[in-house]
Design a protein around this ligand. Structure first.
Ligand code: TXA
Ligand code: MG
Length: 328
């Protein structure tokens, strides 16, 4: 198992040697390596068992430093960066040659983010290279929102995990780029679309892309628990599975289901708060995945605020085919 601590000097030493370190961010924990070192980047792909067509996000600590490894920041994206960084926003920018092609899976654009977490910011500030960091989970599984999640799954493959406590936002960053002067969202995430639109006007949301492997955490089956994960109307599903005699656990948004024992259900936000639901989502899915039941039953949240991004993750986790994420 990895050592877990809060020693940024130790994390720095591992990273300088080309090793990988688990780092906290406000969204999810990252599996970090020197983003300019092709060997460290290759290690990230191998450790996560991630296909090399799925590019990585580069993390740094200031807009000035973003320009060390990108050619330019289009004005409209700069507005977003200035307003929402540090925060759950990733921008797609044209890369300089110093970014290894492996980071971007051969694309000309590199995904960049300034995370909002004091421990990781302190670490980035003492490093003289940026950090490539995908979510610190095996490819396709649920993202980690606690240091222990990282240790459970990758602890035998990395030497150190920086423990920054539970992630405040709990969903991966919102990925944004610009095409023909139009702002496009490629992945819904921890920054609400409405907040982006308030600054730059209407944006296009293009997150469905099961046929285009170059587009990220957009692969249809992703963020998935190991148990079958069934989405629908909870009351109907519970009756159906009870009558079939199949054991199940329930993931609900607000009010719990009265006829399910509390040990077999998790409520994302008893008070019906969408941000709280987002924060609890991945840890709840992990908890349900370890329960002694055959399937997990769940429901969608209202399509508002972070509910949209939570629903995107629920649909990608879902086993049923009638729950495809919507495009546009
Ligand atoms: O919140 C987050 O973004 C977290 C934390 C650790 O920062 N990171 C994260 O990384 O979610 P990851 O690798 O799990 O997801 C990043 C997504 C990938 O699905 C990847 O395909 C996409 O970003 N991406 C990276 N570079 C891209 C590019 N040049 N064009 C399109 N998509 C890109
Ligand atoms: Mg991921």
């Amino acid at each position: 198992m990895a050592e877990i601590g809060q020693d940024i000097a130790k994390a720095k030493a591992f990273l300088e040697r080309g090793e990988l370190v688990g780092i906290p961010t406000e969204t999810v924990y990252g599996l970090a390596g020197n983003g300019l070192n092709p060997d460290a980047v290759a290690k990230i792909f191998a450790t996560k068992n991630r296909p090399d067509f799925d590019p990585l996000i580069i993390h740094t600590s200031s807009i000035e430093r973003v320009l060390d490894f990108t050619i330019e920041i289009p004005e409209i994206l700069r507005l977003l960066g200035e307003k929402f960084w540090p925060g759950p926003l990733t921008l797609l920018l044209s890369k300089k040659n110093i970014v290894p092609d492996l980071v971007t899976s051969g694309l000309d654009m590199v995904a960049v983010r300034i995370p909002d977490h004091s421990l990781s910011m302190d670490l980035l500030n003492i490093l003289d290279f940026p950090l490539a960091a995908p979510s610190a989970n095996p490819f396709g599984y649920i993202s980690p929102t606690k240091a222990s999640h990282v240790n459970d799954q990758l602890g035998d493959k990395i030497p150190y995990i920086l423990d920054g406590g539970p992630c405040e936002v709990g969903l991966e960053s919102t990925i944004v780029g610009v095409e023909n002067n139009e702002v496009v969202i490629y992945r819904l995430g921890g920054l609400d679309v409405k907040d982006i639109e308030a600054l730059v006007g209407n944006v296009k949301v293009r997150t469905q892309s099961s046929s285009n492997p170059k587009s990220p955490g957009m692969l249809k089956s992703h963020y998935a628990p190991q148990k079958p994960f069934i989405l629908g109307d909870l009351k109907t599903l519970i009756e159906e599975y009870q009558s079939k005699g199949i054991t199940f656990a329930v993931l609900s948004f607000g009010d719990g289901s009265r006829n399910v024992s509390t040990g077999k259900q998790v409520q994302l936000s008893p008070s019906g708060n969408l941000n709280e639901a987002a924060k609890n989502l991945f840890a709840s899915m992990r908890a349900l995945d370890t329960m002694d039941v055959s399937v997990i039953l769940s429901e969608l949240l209202p399509e508002q605020g972070l509910g949209r991004a939570v629903n995107d993750r629920l649909k990608r986790a879902a086993t049923t085919r009638d729950c495809n994420p919507t495009s546009d």
